[in-house]
Design a protein. Sequence first.
Length: 87
Amino acid sequence: MPSQMEHAMETMMFTFHKFAGDKGYLTKEDLRLLMEKEFPGFLENQKDPLAMDKIMKDLDQCRDGKVGFQSFFSLIAGLTVAHKTIS
């Protein structure tokens, strides 16, 4: 039986692939949809209308319009740290 942490890791991988599909990466639109569905409070609370553009720019290390799983995981880590700081 998987531990809670293993289950959380599986959930992150499943969620990434759910939005990335067979191509194996997220586009800006994929990322926006993921954020809207999985982190609705985050986008609703953003005062900066360019927040998604900035997030994509930060995550798209190669500047090719693609966000891989490692960058997605960095986003999750950053949101977790930000949430802990706010709580």
